[in-house]
Design a protein around this ligand. Sequence first.
Ligand code: ZN
Length: 170
Amino acid sequence: VSEPGQIMFRGVVTTISVVPIPDSRAAPRVTFLDQVLKVAVGSQYSGSIEAAMERFLRRTVRVEATACLSVVAPKLGVVPGRVEVRGQRTKWGNCSARGNLSFNWRLAMAPPHVLRYIVVHEAVHLVVPDHSPKFWLTMQSMCPETERARQWLVANGERVMATGISRALH
Ligand SMILES: [Zn+2]
């Protein structure tokens, strides 16, 4: 098991600490505590730590998106359908015609206000499907961080979007 080093997590370069469990084949368990991502893994585990880390990042996006939606959806008077976390190559989030929402796992690398912005953006699409003035007015009232998040995405979005999990760990 090699030490993957660091990853951008919630907008901060974060150290990954691999803690081997002796004489064990235990699959990796990732926890975030005291600003460190700890990976406890059996010393004889033969799978990939990268895959475990991507699963953790996906879970993080799901938990945070769900928490954000539970606040925002009632304010908008909507009930979202399924919430999925995907690895889209070109989209941070999507709202389907059936009202299902999907979010990119790479949002776990972005600062929390950017994740919130994307979640609110897709939730507002449940009410206003286009990017009309009504959409942006609703965004401004639901998400005061809209402008700051959009600026972050302009400056960093392409680079983070191009990141695969093996390149995210360095
Ligand atoms: Zn949109």
